[in-house]
Design a binder for this molecule. Structure first.
Ligand code: 5GP
Ligand code: ZN
Length: 114
């Protein structure tokens, strides 16, 4: 989508510190990290949120999860533990309306999240 921030990162129009890429997914450092490791994993394809994905996106959603695990391994947080989160909708804290999974780690995580 032409006015979508993360589509512009996919196209290279807006720079990002890319740490993972494959044919379908991109992972890059969050600009405002909430943990020592904070990577956003997104589909190259514009999907607004988890609730906007459908059965045809099942493989893509699996690939996104595997990309998160690859990022965690690459960043050295897989052993200690990490969290994967997606926010759907304004009330949950979604501020960019292109599906993204947050991969957070490198510190102890509180539960429940705020
Ligand atoms: P949300 O609030 O939608 O769950 O997460 C959006 C995330 O995108 C936030 O953690 C925010 O810091 C990050 N973000 C917003 N704009 C940019 C940007 O231009 N570049 C990068 N790398 N991250 C961004
Ligand atoms: Zn987009």
């Amino acid at each position: 989508m032409s006015d979508c921030l993360f589509c512009k990162i996919v196209s290279g129009e807006i720079p990002a510190k890319v740490v993972y890429e494959d044919e379908h997914c991109l992972g890059f450092d969050d600009i405002n990290p909430q943990a020592p490791v904070h990577v956003l994993v997104i589909p190259r394809k514009h999907v607004v949120s988890l609730s906007d994905a459908d059965a045809a996106d099942a493989e893509l959603l699996g690939r996104l999860c595997l990309a998160c695990a690859a990022v965690a391994a690459q960043k050295g947080i897989a052993e200690d533990g990490y969290r994967v989160v997606t926010n759907k909708g304004e009330k949950a804290g979604q501020s960019v309306f292109h599906l993204h999974l947050h991969v957070l780690g490198g510190r102890r995580m509180a539960w429940p999240p705020g």
